[in-house]
Design a protein around this ligand. Structure first.
Ligand code: FE2
Length: 167
Protein backbone atom coordinates (compact mmCIF):
# COMPACT_ATOMS: atom_id res chain seq x y z
CA UNK A 1 0.00 0.00 0.00
CA UNK A 2 1.35 3.42 -0.94
CA UNK A 3 1.33 5.71 2.07
CA UNK A 4 0.55 9.25 1.01
CA UNK A 5 -1.58 10.59 3.86
CA UNK A 6 -1.91 10.36 7.63
CA UNK A 7 -5.01 8.20 7.07
CA UNK A 8 -2.89 5.74 5.02
CA UNK A 9 -0.23 5.73 7.73
CA UNK A 10 -2.89 5.08 10.36
CA UNK A 11 -4.26 2.11 8.39
CA UNK A 12 -0.74 0.77 7.83
CA UNK A 13 0.04 0.84 11.53
CA UNK A 14 -3.35 -0.61 12.45
CA UNK A 15 -2.59 -3.56 10.14
CA UNK A 16 0.71 -3.98 11.98
CA UNK A 17 -1.04 -3.96 15.36
CA UNK A 18 -3.75 -6.31 14.07
CA UNK A 19 -1.05 -8.80 13.14
CA UNK A 20 0.78 -8.26 16.44
CA UNK A 21 -2.39 -9.00 18.44
CA UNK A 22 -3.08 -12.12 16.39
CA UNK A 23 0.48 -13.33 17.00
CA UNK A 24 -0.07 -12.79 20.72
CA UNK A 25 -3.28 -14.82 20.74
CA UNK A 26 -1.07 -17.74 19.68
CA UNK A 27 1.88 -16.97 21.97
CA UNK A 28 0.09 -16.27 25.27
CA UNK A 29 -1.23 -19.82 25.83
CA UNK A 30 2.36 -21.09 25.46
CA UNK A 31 3.60 -18.52 27.96
CA UNK A 32 0.81 -19.46 30.38
CA UNK A 33 1.74 -23.11 30.04
CA UNK A 34 5.41 -22.36 30.71
CA UNK A 35 4.75 -20.18 33.79
CA UNK A 36 5.41 -21.86 37.12
CA UNK A 37 3.53 -19.57 39.48
CA UNK A 38 -0.23 -19.83 39.32
CA UNK A 39 -0.53 -16.04 39.70
CA UNK A 40 1.56 -15.48 36.56
CA UNK A 41 -0.27 -18.21 34.65
CA UNK A 42 -3.58 -16.58 35.53
CA UNK A 43 -2.27 -13.17 34.48
CA UNK A 44 -1.31 -14.58 31.07
CA UNK A 45 -4.67 -16.32 30.71
CA UNK A 46 -6.51 -13.14 31.65
CA UNK A 47 -4.48 -11.18 29.13
CA UNK A 48 -5.18 -13.78 26.44
CA UNK A 49 -8.86 -13.09 26.97
CA UNK A 50 -8.21 -9.34 26.72
CA UNK A 51 -6.07 -9.81 23.62
CA UNK A 52 -8.91 -11.63 21.85
CA UNK A 53 -10.94 -8.53 22.68
CA UNK A 54 -8.19 -6.33 21.20
CA UNK A 55 -8.40 -8.25 17.92
CA UNK A 56 -12.16 -7.70 17.78
CA UNK A 57 -11.80 -4.05 18.75
CA UNK A 58 -9.36 -3.50 15.89
CA UNK A 59 -11.88 -5.10 13.53
CA UNK A 60 -14.40 -2.50 14.68
CA UNK A 61 -11.79 0.22 14.12
CA UNK A 62 -11.17 -0.94 10.52
CA UNK A 63 -14.91 -1.01 9.94
CA UNK A 64 -15.32 2.54 11.26
CA UNK A 65 -12.54 3.69 8.93
CA UNK A 66 -14.28 2.00 6.00
CA UNK A 67 -11.41 -0.41 5.50
CA UNK A 68 -10.97 -4.19 5.51
CA UNK A 69 -9.28 -5.79 8.54
CA UNK A 70 -5.94 -6.81 7.11
CA UNK A 71 -2.75 -8.13 8.67
CA UNK A 72 0.69 -6.81 7.82
CA UNK A 73 3.41 -8.92 9.40
CA UNK A 74 4.64 -7.20 12.54
CA UNK A 75 8.34 -8.06 12.51
CA UNK A 76 8.85 -6.51 15.93
CA UNK A 77 6.27 -8.75 17.61
CA UNK A 78 7.71 -11.73 15.77
CA UNK A 79 11.10 -10.95 17.27
CA UNK A 80 9.72 -10.37 20.76
CA UNK A 81 7.77 -13.64 20.69
CA UNK A 82 10.85 -15.51 19.39
CA UNK A 83 12.95 -14.14 22.22
CA UNK A 84 10.35 -15.36 24.71
CA UNK A 85 10.44 -18.80 23.09
CA UNK A 86 14.24 -18.83 23.18
CA UNK A 87 14.11 -18.21 26.89
CA UNK A 88 11.67 -21.07 27.51
CA UNK A 89 13.69 -23.40 25.26
CA UNK A 90 16.87 -22.57 27.16
CA UNK A 91 15.19 -24.23 30.19
CA UNK A 92 16.35 -21.78 32.86
CA UNK A 93 16.25 -22.85 36.51
CA UNK A 94 12.78 -22.88 38.03
CA UNK A 95 13.57 -19.92 40.30
CA UNK A 96 14.28 -17.58 37.39
CA UNK A 97 12.01 -18.88 34.62
CA UNK A 98 9.02 -16.77 35.70
CA UNK A 99 11.20 -13.67 36.05
CA UNK A 100 12.30 -14.18 32.44
CA UNK A 101 8.73 -14.70 31.25
CA UNK A 102 7.63 -11.50 32.96
CA UNK A 103 10.48 -9.61 31.30
CA UNK A 104 9.53 -10.97 27.88
CA UNK A 105 5.86 -10.12 28.42
CA UNK A 106 6.61 -6.58 29.59
CA UNK A 107 8.63 -5.91 26.44
CA UNK A 108 5.56 -6.96 24.47
CA UNK A 109 3.29 -4.69 26.50
CA UNK A 110 5.56 -1.69 26.08
CA UNK A 111 5.75 -2.26 22.35
CA UNK A 112 1.96 -2.35 22.16
CA UNK A 113 1.59 0.70 24.41
CA UNK A 114 3.84 2.68 22.07
CA UNK A 115 1.85 1.47 19.06
CA UNK A 116 -1.58 2.22 20.49
CA UNK A 117 -0.47 5.60 21.83
CA UNK A 118 0.68 6.57 18.36
CA UNK A 119 -2.40 5.43 16.41
CA UNK A 120 -4.68 6.98 18.98
CA UNK A 121 -3.01 10.36 18.49
CA UNK A 122 -3.30 10.10 14.71
CA UNK A 123 -6.96 9.09 14.91
CA UNK A 124 -7.64 12.17 17.03
CA UNK A 125 -5.76 14.39 14.57
CA UNK A 126 -7.94 12.99 11.80
CA UNK A 127 -11.09 13.79 13.77
CA UNK A 128 -11.86 10.08 14.28
CA UNK A 129 -12.95 10.45 17.91
CA UNK A 130 -14.79 7.12 18.11
CA UNK A 131 -11.76 5.27 16.71
CA UNK A 132 -9.49 7.11 19.16
CA UNK A 133 -11.79 6.10 22.02
CA UNK A 134 -11.66 2.41 21.04
CA UNK A 135 -7.86 2.51 20.75
CA UNK A 136 -7.65 4.21 24.14
CA UNK A 137 -9.60 1.33 25.73
CA UNK A 138 -7.03 -1.17 24.49
CA UNK A 139 -4.14 1.08 25.51
CA UNK A 140 -5.55 1.22 29.06
CA UNK A 141 -5.73 -2.60 29.20
CA UNK A 142 -2.14 -2.95 28.00
CA UNK A 143 -1.06 -0.50 30.72
CA UNK A 144 -2.99 -2.43 33.38
CA UNK A 145 -1.34 -5.66 32.25
CA UNK A 146 2.09 -4.07 32.43
CA UNK A 147 1.38 -2.85 35.97
CA UNK A 148 0.07 -6.26 37.00
CA UNK A 149 3.27 -7.90 35.70
CA UNK A 150 5.40 -5.41 37.64
CA UNK A 151 3.43 -6.23 40.76
CA UNK A 152 3.91 -9.99 40.27
CA UNK A 153 7.65 -9.45 39.74
CA UNK A 154 7.86 -7.40 42.94
CA UNK A 155 5.92 -10.04 44.89
CA UNK A 156 8.45 -12.62 43.68
CA UNK A 157 11.37 -10.46 44.82
CA UNK A 158 9.74 -9.98 48.24
CA UNK A 159 9.03 -13.70 48.62
CA UNK A 160 12.64 -14.50 47.81
CA UNK A 161 13.81 -11.90 50.33
CA UNK A 162 11.63 -13.50 53.02
CA UNK A 163 12.94 -16.93 52.06
CA UNK A 164 16.54 -15.73 52.22
CA UNK A 165 15.97 -14.11 55.64
CA UNK A 166 14.50 -17.28 57.15
CA UNK A 167 17.31 -19.48 55.86
FE1 FE2 B 1 -3.29 -6.13 23.10
Amino acid sequence: MKISSLQDLLLDQLQDLYDAENQLVKALPKMAKAALSSELRQAFEHHLHQTQGHVERLERVFEKLGSKAKRKTCQAMKGLVEEGEELVNAKPDANVLDAGLIGAAQKVEHYEMAGYGTVQTWARQLGQEEVARLLQQTLAEEEQTDEKLTQIAEDMVNLQAVGAASR
